[in-house]
Design a protein around this ligand. Structure first.
Ligand SMILES: NC(=O)c1ccc[n+]([C@@H]2O[C@H](COP(=O)([O-])OP(=O)(O)OC[C@H]3O[C@@H](n4cnc5c(N)ncnc54)[C@H](OP(=O)(O)O)[C@@H]3O)[C@@H](O)[C@H]2O)c1
Length: 365
């Protein structure tokens, strides 16, 4: 498994460790938690029909779309699959169906299926490893993305794609807006930016959602790593000079579903092609997120070895990593909220739910 963009590289831990088995009831619980976020945003799949979102829409004007999803096994991909199934005929692809390192497999699949929409949740997300595998990262995050975009331009369809806060250098004092100059500090950030540029150059209709600090009840992410370390270790030190918005994969999926619902509507409601910032509201540091996870876990009755207020804040310089990260990852989401009318509540709202879900399902062991 690739190391996640927001993985354990922000944590220094010491002490002994013990892995526990995954609880069997996890899947049902995980689904319910995702559903809570989707209901809040108006994209619940319970009706198994396209869901009207935003301003009044004429359901008769909607058509059942053919959607290809790449990256179905990732954090975002796994949350997307159930919501997209409710919106059209879904062809959900993992590496076996289409390998982004072999662009022909992607081109052939798109040509064979001729979808209305491609949603690309696949990416090379191992931020530090990318420094030593730049060509592989570029192939997956840029070259093949350009091919997807070219195919969708030919079909006249839409490409929905995800990008990252790491396209910025983090030196701005406020939140980044979509038109701010980019300046990636890492190979990963560079390849993700190149992917954005390839989409724009292709002329295909597109929505590029830049997000940050993604976590879910599944996959490799900071929240799950922190829950484990809080129980295993005697001491924890976490970076406190990088600020951003932890964003739940389920929230990203719900917003994506709202956007896809729009694409199925009549032409006047189509969101303009472009880049949109999609993160939870408000912001914190990795250390602030770690404290929040610990406090929530304790309130849920999880026995911890490290108390919330004893997690030590450290500067990034005390935890050298192969890839440099932006100090400021805050993204301004006003454009997306105005365009789609979707709620993006403070990050704590989804984080509380996900931490509680992990603990109550036995997955926070
Ligand atoms: N994670 C973050 O903190 C974060 C932050 C900002 C932006 N983003 C962006 O958000 C999007 C979704 O991220 P995520 O957190 O869901 O990532 P993830 O959990 O790492 O999932 C990535 C997915 O891409 C697939 N993949 C990788 N290489 C592939 C290849 N050669 N062919 C086919 N599939 C391949 C993986 O398949 P396998 O399961 O087979 O490896 C996995 O399903 C990405 O565009 C990422 O750049 C993520």
């Amino acid at each position: 498994m690739q190391e996640p963009q927001g993985g354990q590289h922000f944590i220094i831990a010491s002490g002994r460790g013990a892995d526990r088995a995954v609880a069997a009831r996890f899947n049902a619980y995980h689904y319910n938690q995702s559903l809570t976020i989707r209901r809040a945003i108006g994209t619940s799949t319970s009706g198994q029909r396209p869901v009207a979102t935003g301003p009044r829409t004429d359901r008769k004007a909607r058509r059942f779309m053919k959607i290809v999803l790449f990256g179905r096994g990732g954090q975002v991909g796994r949350e997307l699959e159930p919501v997209l199934r409710a919106l059209g005929r879904l062809i959900a692809c993992g590496r076996d169906e289409a390998d982004l390192e072999q662009p022909d497999t992607v081109r052939d699949l798109i040509r064979r299926e001729a979808p209305d929409i491609v949603i690309n949740a696949a990416a090379y997300t191992a931020v530090d490893r990318a420094e030593s595998e730049p060509e592989r990262a570029r192939q997956i995050n840029a070259h093949t993305v350009g091919i997807m975009a070219g195919e969708m331009a030919r079909l006249g369809g839409w490409l929905v794609h995800y990008s990252t806060d790491y396209v910025f250098d983090g030196t701005k004092s406020g939140s980044y807006v979509e038109t701010d100059p980019t300046g990636p500090l890492s190979v990963y950030g560079n390849t993700k930016l190149a992917g954005e540029q390839a989409i724009m150059a292709s002329g295909c209709r597109h929505l590029i959602f830049r997000t940050s600090w993604v976590y879910a009840t599944h996959g490799s992410n900071f929240v799950r790593t922190m829950l484990r370390l809080l129980q295993e270790r005697e001491e924890l030190s976490v970076v406190d000079d990088q600020v951003g918005a932890p964003t739940a994969a389920a929230r990203i999926a719900a917003v994506t579903a709202a956007a896809v619902g729009r694409l199925a509507g009549n032409e006047q409601e189509l969101p303009p092609s472009g880049v949109y910032h999609l993160t939870a509201g408000s912001a914190t540091s990795w250390h602030g997120l770690a404290e929040f996870i610990a406090a929530t876990a304790r309130a849920e009755g999880l026995p911890l070895r490290v108390a919330p207020n004893s997690i030590r804040p450290i500067p990034s310089s005390a935890w050298p990593q192969a890839a440099k990260r932006p100090a400021n990852s805050r993204l301004d989401t006003a454009k997306l909220r105005k365009t789609l009318g979707v709620p993006l509540p403070p990050w704590q709202e989804d984080a509380r739910q996900i931490v509680a879900a992990l603990i109550q399902s036995g997955r926070g062991d």
